[in-house]
Design a protein around this ligand. Sequence first.
Ligand SMILES: NC(=O)c1ccc[n+]([C@@H]2O[C@H](COP(=O)([O-])OP(=O)(O)OC[C@H]3O[C@@H](n4cnc5c(N)ncnc54)[C@H](OP(=O)(O)O)[C@@H]3O)[C@@H](O)[C@H]2O)c1
Length: 207
Amino acid sequence: MPGVTAYYGFVEKGDPEPGDTVVVSAAAGAVGSVVGQLARAQSCEVVGIAGAEEKCDWLTDDLGFDAAVNYETENVREAVRDAVGGVDIYFDNVGGPVTDAVWPTLNDFARVVACGQISLYNATELPTGPRKLTDAVQKRLRIEGFIVSDYTRWGHALRRLGGLIRADELRYREHVVEGFENVPDAFLGLFEGVNIGKTLVKVGEEP
Ligand SMILES: NC(=O)c1ccc[n+]([C@@H]2O[C@H](COP(=O)([O-])OP(=O)(O)OC[C@H]3O[C@@H](n4cnc5c(N)ncnc54)[C@H](OP(=O)(O)O)[C@@H]3O)[C@@H](O)[C@H]2O)c1
């Protein structure tokens, strides 16, 4: 499911062209890591944003991202500007302060793919503050949300993703938690960023 989410979100909502600059948040997660590699496969320049050095190293050293930004230790806006100047496609998995920091780096006619807002899922109140939509007017942004279950042609995406894996142009990692009793901890770990790649819970041996 995360791979198909990445595929349709990036290809159909992002409208990538070779040479576009792409930024993806939660880049070392299940969806984000695939988005960045799809961007590289389409000859885009890609920057990943993640919350740990180990994750940033994985993105650049193993997955071929052009740059990675640690939002815990770096000024995201400056680091993105230093890496690519301006951004043509922002694939947003997190919302909140990370997205606020990316916003000023968007180019005219940039596309924002609203895939997730994990930083806000547990918020008891919506954050207040300066609204960012003036940029949507001035920069003629296209901001579009999507839900993967709207897509019924998963076979097409799975064939394309499978081909990339076989060609070693798409790599993935799994964060496996053992035991059904640890399902709650595995879920909560997503909000703490303990995972690299897809979080799975192993509830028993394969029959
Ligand atoms: N629209 C759809 O159809 C669809 C389908 C699947 C998933 N999604 C959404 O896509 C997003 C990614 O899903 P996923 O399965 O790939 O999850 P994931 O990226 O594997 O795990 C979530 C990651 O989000 C980051 N994160 C958590 N809290 C954060 C915060 N406050 N600020 C910034 N980053 C934070 C953490 O990484 P760091 O260490 O980098 O912080 C964590 O590892 C989620 O928002 C999910 O709800 C949408």
